[in-house]
Design a protein around this ligand. Structure first.
Ligand SMILES: Nc1nc2c(c(=O)[nH]1)N[C@H]1C(S)=C(S)[C@@H](COP(=O)(O)O)O[C@H]1N2
Ligand SMILES: [Mo]
Length: 310
């Protein structure tokens, strides 16, 4: 039903980004015009998202081709191979889908995914994604700031952190039958990080509904942190007072810190983080502090020892 239709050719054989660039010009003409209520009632993978707002979050970096973004994935619920999620995530049922917003908030709510899609204008934002494994991509996401959802939840004075809990369904997800991680996949942010305008809830990419392997129907994108902070297929957002435990911290506390800000000066215990390979490139490039977003986010960490709070 919701199979993501990609021709079975190698990524280098097709250049969807060329087709896409002409469409982006077209979308730019419509920038600012938002009619959220015209969204179809239910959107499935591969369908075009209407009425996208062009945002200021543009990059001059070359976009990673769609075929690479959708065929080189980390989504351990669908297997640990990069190629595995594209093959097996097609069966993930993304409707009906709810996201529970709960914990230290004045207005807890069980959101239906289709209401969430209409909560705020859907923006297109091109962000760099830097995986902790030292590769990176440039992805044109579609989504809305997490802050929009947080404002509506009205966090109490006790809310200091936000915990993200994702789907854990052995019926649909072959990967959760093996204990590679402590399921469900959990992530967390400090409340001010979650409120930072760059922090996105993504529901699409390349102008279309998010493919299942990229975290449909809704996933987090935190561009200044390593990719694993960007939890896929979220079902619960909980506001808490204490720093939450995350699946990766539990798997390797010395390797995956809570903050996990991209930092070329703090190596992973088993490899350097100084450089990265942009998918599609031959040569490695320098990794930038905060993945290139230092101007926007460095002040969130003033006074903190980033070697200690890695
Ligand atoms: N639920 C869940 N979310 C996840 C992961 C995962 O295994 N499960 N992998 C993370 C990692 S390590 C990365 S690099 C990004 C990859 O996102 P992408 O496949 O859309 O590029 O998703 C993150 N979110
Ligand atoms: Mo990653």
């Amino acid at each position: 039903m919701s199979n993501w239709k990609i021709p079975k050719v190698s990524p280098s054989e097709i250049t969807p980004q060329e087709v896409y660039h002409s469409r982006r010009e077209f979308m730019r003409l419509g920038a600012g015009v938002v009619v959220g209520s015209t969204l179809p009632s239910s959107l499935l993978a591969g369908e075009k998202l209407p009425n996208l707002v062009k945002s200021n979050y543009e990059l001059t970096d070359k976009l990673t081709p769609l075929a690479d973004i959708t065929h080189y994935n980390n989504y351990y619920e669908f297997g640990t191979d990069k190629e595995s999620p594209a093959k097996t995530a097609g069966s993930l049922k993304t409707r009906p889908w709810t996201v529970a917003v709960e914990g230290e908030v004045h207005k807890p709510k069980l959101w239906d995914i289709d209401s969430l899609l209409k909560l705020a204008p859907l923006e297109e934002r091109v962000y760099r994604l830097r995986c902790v494994e030292a590769w990176s991509m440039v992805i044109p996401w579609v989504g809305f700031p997490l802050a929009e959802l947080i404002k509506r939840a009205e966090p109490t004075g006790n809310a200091k952190f936000v915990e993200f809990i994702t789907l854990n369904d052995p019926e649909q997800m072959p990967g959760v039958r093996s204990p590679v991680l402590d399921w469900p996949y959990r992530e967390g942010l400090r409340l001010d990080e979650a409120m930072q305008p760059l922090t996105l809830l993504a529901v699409g990419l390349y102008g279309e509904v998010l493919p299942n392997q990229n975290g449909a129907p809704i996933r987090l994108v935190v561009p200044w942190k390593y990719g694993f902070k960007s939890a896929k297929s979220i079902v619960r957002i909980r506001f808490v007072e204490q720093m939450p435990q995350t699946s990766w911290m539990k798997a390797g506390p010395s390797e995956y810190g809570f903050y996990s800000n991209v930092n070329p000066e703090v190596d992973h215990p088993r490899w350097s983080q100084a450089k990265e390979r942009r998918i599609g490139d031959f040569f490695k490039r320098q990794t930038l502090p905060f993945n290139g977003y230092a101007a926007q986010v460095a002040q969130l960490y003033t006074g903190m020892d980033l070697q200690k709070f890695f």
